[in-house]
Design a binder for this molecule. Structure first.
Ligand code: HSE
Length: 434
């Protein structure tokens, strides 16, 4: 038996540095919890000299991946490089060498999970990835263990901090999207290329992981309907507030017994009384509905050095405990079912639609007829004149409508002579509007 649990770290950047710090700071307590000390034996990083200076001579840095991946003394590889490649190849190599893996890499999991899980299983290795979804919030392990007895009906989350920060700011300060994005970039909350965040791809990768675990079936990125927040304007947020809603970018996965499993990312109006509606700023939250647990919400910081390191270190500790009892590989891939997927056109929810129209007799009647022709029932209709002069703005909230009927109604609206523009469409999650 070895005296230490040896960790090889791939990447000593923001999160990797946090892992080094947390394992250092809480070393004594972690040793007690595990029964053996955990030590980082080698660290892969491109900036060997700078990192050595930053973290001290007690760590061995290298820029040669094989020195870490092929080191026979290393038990656990912690991959914190980000992006798909070469992270995916390094993880695969680690399993081939019989090493357990911890990763925070949602890109790799969402794209290559189906390849990597069988590899982990084949080599009886643990593969843990709590930090890949919502950084510091424990949600993967609770879904796999504490809530394992449930049939999960839905998982709904604010899983992207950048967009939640932006929507909160637009909402509290009545600012436009472009201004908030600029400020978020200046403050370092949004990346210089914010496409993956504002376009919903980051959230889509996270819901792929959550839905696959919640419903025990493999969901792929291509199965997720993705919309970002780019077309939301300050006026939509104001209308939403007047209607009693908050606008959030939600990642939603539902298991409909009739239509199958659906997953999507879309800006969504939520009643202000919904627990997710009060999750603001860079905070993330995941709201789970299960047949035994009922409704439960997991809230916390979805990114950042120490919160993310907290999840990574938790995984390392779990693997180290498994090693003590020779019980690694206990919970491998949980996607053991083939569940029917709900085709996107069958997904249904109420919708909010904002239109620019010509203020003339019969305009509203024509709009109402377009919805009626597609069997879309209207719940609220608001019209304002404001400063638009001859034009008016019309806002419609529908009862629940299938994606296909909504799209057909929108197509008709777009070619109506009285409709100048369909400015914004936002789905509504409100059980009172069925
Ligand atoms: N860019 C993400 C966010 C964090 O804004 O929440 C990493 O997934």
């Amino acid at each position: 038996m070895k005296d230490f649990i040896n960790v090889g770290l791939l990447g000593a950047g923001t999160v990797g540095g946090g892992v080094i710090k947390v394992l250092e700071k809480n070393a004594a307590a972690i040793t007690q919890k595990v029964g053996k000390p955990i030590r980082i034996t080698k660290i892969l990083d491109r900036n060997v000299e700078a990192r050595q200076k930053e973290f001290g001579d007690q760590y061995i840095f290298t820029d040669a991946p094989e020195e870490v991946l092929n080191d026979k003394d290393i038990d656990i590889i912690v991959e914190l490089l980000g992006r798909e490649h070469p992270a995916k190849e390094y993880i695969a190599q680690a399993f081939e060498n019989g090493k357990h893996v911890v990763t925070a890499n949602k890109d790799v999991l969402a794209r290559y999970g189906s390849e990597l899980f069988p590899l982990a299983e084949k080599h009886h290795c643990d593969f843990m990835f709590e930090a890949s979804v919502c950084g510091g919030i424990p949600i993967i392990e609770p879904l796999k263990t504490s809530m394992a007895a449930n049939t999960i009906h839905s998982v709904m989350g604010i899983v992207n901090g950048t967009t939640n920060y932006m929507l909160t700011k637009m909402s509290n300060e009545h600012l436009e999207y472009e201004d908030v994005l600029k400020e978020a970039q200046e403050k370092g909350y949004a990346e210089s290329d914010p496409t993956a965040d504002v376009g919903g791809l980051d959230a889509a990768r996270k819901i792929v992981i959550l839905a696959s675990i919640a419903f025990n079936t493999r969901i792929s990125l291509d199965d997720v309907l993705v919309e970002g927040i780019e077309s939301i304007e300050a006026s939509d947020i104001k209308y939403a507030q007047n209607l009693g809603y908050a606008i959030k970018l939600l990642a939603i996965a539902k298991n409909d017994p009739e239509n199958g499993v659906m997953a999507c990312v879309k800006p969504t109006m939520l009643p202000l009384s919904h627990p997710l509606a009060g999750v603001n700023g860079v905070y993330n939250a995941v709201f789970v509905n299960g047949d035994a647990i009922g409704e439960a919400m997991f809230l916390g910081l979805g990114a950042g050095r120490l919160p993310t390191a907290s999840s990574v270190c938790g995984d390392i500790i779990e693997i180290a405990r498994n090693m003590q009892y020779h019980s690694n590989g206990r919970i491998s891939c949980t996607c053991f079912k083939e569940k029917k997927l709900c085709p996107p056109e069958k997904m249904s929810a109420p919708a909010y639609i904002r239109l620019q129209v010509l203020d003339q007799p019969g305009a509203l009647a024509a709009i109402a007829a377009a919805f009626g022709a597609q069997n879309v029932s209207l719940r609220n209709v608001l019209q304002t004149n404001g400063v638009l002069g001859q034009k008016a703005e019309v806002v419609v909230v529908t009862h629940s409508v299938s994606e296909s009927n909504l799209q057909m109604a929108l197509q008709i609206l777009q070619v109506l002579p009285v409709v100048e523009k369909v400015s914004c469409v936002i789905r509504v999650e409100d059980s009172s509007l069925s």
